[in-house]
Design a binder for this molecule. Structure first.
Ligand SMILES: [Ca+2]
Ligand SMILES: [Ca+2]
Ligand SMILES: [Ca+2]
Length: 167
């Protein structure tokens, strides 16, 4: 899968209403959905952290500051550098919301809760978990999860990304 193709799939997931623009509200709703699904309260420090990381990421993506992120903006922005400086903290903060026992890993139910809240088709989530849980212990580590998404959005090989973002 090419980098642009991979980015299109991620963009399509972010653009919930499919109007070709990721609005601030659409992006912010991601953290709110995960917070709600994880049963956390609005003032939970982890929710506050995820919200702040998301807000910063969205501002960084909206390069021309017009209040919407087009695919062209996203395509020009997304990549290894943006992932390391902006996306990783956001995705890590969302992972932490789902990691209720704080052991740095997600079980299948936790992973399913996280990725369902982020808008992936349910049928892809179990397959993505299997692709990530390479040692088959039923847990997916935070670092492995983040590295796999990084590989996906930078055009590298990501068995998880391939199934997770498939249509
Ligand atoms: Ca939209
Ligand atoms: Ca814009
Ligand atoms: Ca855990």
């Amino acid at each position: 899968m090419s980098g642009t193709e991979a980015k299109r799939l991620v963009f399509a997931m972010l653009d919930t209403d499919g109007d070709g623009i990721v609005s601030r509200a659409e992006y912010a709703a991601r953290a709110e959905r995960v917070a709600l699904a994880s049963g956390r309260t609005a003032d939970d420090p982890k929710v506050v952290a995820a919200r702040a990381a998301g807000e910063g990421a969205w501002k960084s993506m909206d390069a021309n500051g017009d209040g919407g992120v087009t695919f062209e903006e996203y395509d020009a922005w997304a990549g290894a550098e943006a992932f390391d400086t902006v996306c990783e903290p956001v995705l890590g903060a969302l992972f932490d919301l789902a990691d209720t026992d704080e052991d740095g890993a997600l079980t299948l139910p936790e992973f399913t809760m996280l990725r369902t809240a982020l808008g992936n088709p349910p049928r892809n989530i179990g397959t993505a978990f299997e692709a990530l849980d390479t040692d088959g212990d039923g847990r997916v580590a935070r670092d492995d999860y983040l590295a796999s998404i990084r590989a996906h959005v930078t055009g590298g090989n990501s068995p998880m990304g391939k199934v997770l973002y498939a249509g």
